[in-house]
Write a protein that binds this ligand. Sequence first.
Ligand code: NAP
Length: 271
Amino acid sequence: MSRKHGGLLNGKKAIVTGATSGIGYATAYLFAINGAEVIATGRNEDKGMDLVSSINKSGRKAYFIKADLTKRDDLDLLVEEAIKKLGRIDILVNNAGVEILKDIDETELDEFTSLYKVNLFAPFYLMKKVIPHMRENNGGVIINVASTAGLSPYPGGGAYCSSKAALISLSKVAALENSKYGIRVVAFAPGLVQTRMFFEGVPEDKREEYVRETAKKVPLGRIALPEDIAEILVFLASDKAWYITGSIVVADGGLITGRRESGNVPPEGKK
Ligand SMILES: NC(=O)c1ccc[n+]([C@@H]2O[C@H](COP(=O)([O-])OP(=O)(O)OC[C@H]3O[C@@H](n4cnc5c(N)ncnc54)[C@H](OP(=O)(O)O)[C@@H]3O)[C@@H](O)[C@H]2O)c1
């Protein structure tokens, strides 16, 4: 990835979870390119260091903090270290997520709980830790990456869809509780995005075909790239989005609005 320096997030200090892959990786990178100092976190140290070094090479500042979001000690340390390194936190992006696709009767309680730990409990706990700090600083922005799955469920999504629906609700409550402190909270719901999660179980040589076939379901006829989503997150995290709080921002190419009409293909040369 290489982009021209922008400045929408100049001087901002941000934490991005799930920054070792997909949407989080692209978001941490683009936040930095737009002027933010970034704490990127995840479990995969190699990927985290790779991200930080590409940010540093472009003349911007970022740090990697390894953390398993299912572990409370890691969550405590993440926030402590982030404040130590950055001095303050203006933006928290709860992006990390996991998915399982299993009918309810086939889902083990442990699987359900593990998914909830990453998708819901970690965002809750990180908000709990970061909100008092943001209040002291008279403001901040929290973006919780949910999913259209939290708005439009499907069979096999008992754990995933319900975790994202709960995250949307939690975001709204957080927005209402914190608007008087200048803190905005947004639930962001992407549709289909070409990441590890999207390609789960699809062999490397079948990916192109999978994208082509799946894109037929999307009114805009495309599956987003992580960078497309990161661009939207930069805007939502920026002061330009100051009037957006308590909302669900959907970016899904029209997926949950309705079925794509046959023959509705993007114009030639369009992404
Ligand atoms: N891709 C889509 O089509 C799509 C659509 C709607 C919503 N979303 C949501 O977008 C977010 C990002 O997903 P993605 O598509 O970019 O997925 P991805 O490429 O699989 O990345 C998931 C990220 O979550 C991190 N993560 C998972 N478990 C963790 C744990 N226990 N501790 C710390 N980090 C953990 C991973 O880090 P490590 O690998 O380092 O553990 C990785 O960085 C998720 O919340 C997902 O639900 C995705």
